[in-house]
Design a protein around this ligand. Structure first.
Ligand code: DQQ
Length: 598
């Protein structure tokens, strides 16, 4: 019960409070407990609330004095000046300008009044906030302008396709176009007079019909989009086709549906090259007559999962390599806090870029105190790995313009049970790249092949549990005495004649603050440590820690709320808590300048 209570208090609505409401309702109703026991629960609940209310208030007064709450604002991650932000919507490159829209509550730091806020940039790092592009003010979106995408049409005109929640709380799909397409800033958007252009089909629950994707053109010259839904309790992306992007017909078969998943939000469907890091326009279906692969991403279970497959642009058949949750690694973009992501093709730099919402791990009262809630990841370039069995991500190159003061070291031995401080940079606002190497892995710990869930493994063997090769990695946002720290680390295991590299992010000691979500995340790194060095890049920005293991083979994003390891009081360490020695082959760390987000 306390877990449910705690979740209710948290500000990540998709992952937490909605989950709470559902669990709470089902647990209590399914218990069928006699009234006396029920009364006891209610009494305990009240005591719990009063007791913790007092404790939290005392803590809050303490942090207010220290002015800690504003220290969670980031320096180089995208956020609005105030209030709530969630999903990235319709990112695009248009007439030399990057456009970014996002789900926003213009009136407060909690979810509500869903609107499309709008910002522009020349480099994806420094941003200018523009007027809100879409507000809920028409019968077909009066209860919210929910997520959607942009598509650039053949005449060069961009179109927004978004979900409106109408006066009956039904989800419908709507269009909007720029008032003046020769304005590269696309300052004003006009809703299409014939909205809604799509309403939920009879067999689809009108509360589960949303988040249209970017359109792509098939071999017949017709546009396609997918919409997230649930059909017979299965998560699905239903497919629509159109000749003019304005009137749409549903295809007989969905693009894909999957029986172990539930309702899908924010589906994204796009091509990736078979070799190389270049991106492809969403409408490309082959490159010089050669096959390409297609990615389908869906947001469910509070995570963003993807699958890879072969798409036939004539029949719209999508043959997947392995279905959601069935492939060996349950392919996810990020194994930490990361939801409702959206990609776009940057034609200028020939790359595909991924954005994602990173929700808070603190509470609704904290959001009210801070006056804001929600971050976006640093935009990431995304491409298919050499083995063609997963995607690889890396922060966009432009981020490096913010790197300033640098420290560097090479070939530094880290004996078992040792730690070094990386000083000389701003540890609360930094970009760190570190590579480790070992002489041999003869004595690696043996892992029984049945243990497959990396998150469970990271929880059982956290940063303080010593092993042989590992845990080794970084302690970030650490107080001097390590009372507070977030550990991002690796362990190397032997399974029969091969090796497995585990990557973990352990936030369990990240903050002394009460009521904070402090999970331990884990992922396997698809590399063989006999032939490839283990590397880590970590972006540290006050309350967010974004980590890229194995040059982007696995990513883990965390939110943390230190009260001691704040600003100048934050430290950065490299550590090795394994018994075996290893070397830091190279380490470069930079203080990061503040991005201009105005
Ligand atoms: N957020 C939007 C929905 C979407 C959800 C509403 C995902 O359109 O399904 O703010 O976080």
């Amino acid at each position: 019960m306390l877990t449910y209570l705690y979740k209710a208090y948290n500000t990540c609505p998709t992952a937490h409070s909605l989950h709470f409401t559902m669990l709470f309702k089902t647990k209590l109703s399914s218990l069928n407990i006699p009234m006396k026991i029920y009364g006891f629960y209610v009494f305990s609940l009240c005591c719990f609330l009063i007791f913790n209310g007092v404790r939290v208030e005392a803590f809050r007064n303490h942090t207010r004095l220290l002015n800690v709450s504003q220290s969670y604002r980031t320096a180089y991650h995208f956020q609005p000046t105030k209030n709530w932000m969630n999903d990235p919507n319709g990112p695009m490159y248009y007439k030399g300008v990057y456009h970014f829209f996002y789900q926003h509550n213009p009136y407060g730091p909690l979810w509500g009044n869903m609107s499309w806020a709008h910002a522009i940039s020349h480099d994806l790092i420094n941003w200018v906030h523009l007027d809100i592009a879409l507000v809920p003010n028409e019968p077909y979106d009066i209860n919210g302008c929910f997520s959607g995408s942009t598509t650039i049409l053949p005449n060069g005109e961009p179109a927004i396709l978004y979900t409106g929640v109408d006066a009956n709380l039904h989800q419908v799909q709507n269009l909007a176009f720029p008032k003046n397409i020769s304005d590269p800033l696309l300052n004003e958007w006009v809703k299409w007079p014939l909205n809604p252009i799509l309403s939920p089909p009879d067999e689809i629950d009108p509360s589960f019909y949303r988040d249209p994707s970017t359109g792509w053109m098939g071999a017949d010259g017709e546009w396609r989009v997918v919409i997230g839904t649930r059909i017979d309790h299965q998560g699905a992306a239903i497919l629509y086709k159109s000749k003019d992007f304005r009137s749409w017909n549903r295809s007989l078969s969905p693009l894909h549906l999957s029986n172990i998943t539930t309702f899908w939000e924010c589906p994204d469907f796009y091509p990736v090259m078979r070799n190389g890091k270049s991106g492809l326009d969403t409408s490309v279906t082959s490159v010089q007559g050669k096959d390409i692969r297609h990615v389908l991403k869906a947001s469910f279970n509070y995570q963003d999962y993807y699958i890879l497959g072969k798409y036939d642009p004539l029949s719209d058949r999508y043959d997947v390599d392995a279905d959601f949750m069935k492939s060996k690694g349950w392919l996810r973009y990020d194994y930490g806090r990361f939801y409702a992501s959206k990609s776009f093709y940057d034609g200028e730099k020939k790359r595909r870029i991924l954005w994602s919402w990173v929700c808070e791990g603190d509470t609704a009262p904290d959001a009210i105190e801070k006056g804001w809630s929600g971050l976006q990841t640093i935009p990431r370039s995304i491409w298919l790995s050499k083995n063609e069995d997963q995607l690889v991500q890396w922060p966009v190159k432009e981020l490096e313009k913010l790197r300033t003061r640098k420290v560097h070291l090479e070939n530094k031995k880290l004996k078992g049970g040792s730690m070094i401080e990386i000083s000389g940079i701003t540890a609360s606002q930094a970009d760190v790249e570190i590579t480790f190497s070992f002489s041999n892995l003869k004595h690696a710990e043996v892992l029984s092949a049945e243990v497959v869930d990396p998150q469970i493994l990271c929880t059982q063997k956290n940063a303080t549990t010593d092993g042989k090769f590992g845990p080794f990695g970084l302690l970030v946002l650490a107080s001097k005495d390590l009372t507070e720290h977030t550990a991002v680390f690796f362990r190397v295991f032997r399974i029969a004649n091969s090796f497995r590299v585990l990557m973990c992010a352990d936030t369990s000691r990240s903050s002394l603050k009460p009521f904070i979500d402090k999970p331990i995340y884990g992922a396997f790194l698809a590399l063989d440590p006999r032939y490839a060095k283990i590397s880590l890049r970590t972006l540290i920005d006050h309350s967010i820690v974004e980590s890229f293991g194995g040059e982007g083979l696995a990513c883990i994003t965390s939110r943390v709320y230190p009260v001691l390891a704040v600003g100048e009081q934050a430290h950065l360490y490299a550590f090795n808590n394994g018994t075996q020695s290893l070397s830091i082959s190279s380490l470069s760390a930079w203080s990061m300048k503040k991005a201009q987000i105005v």
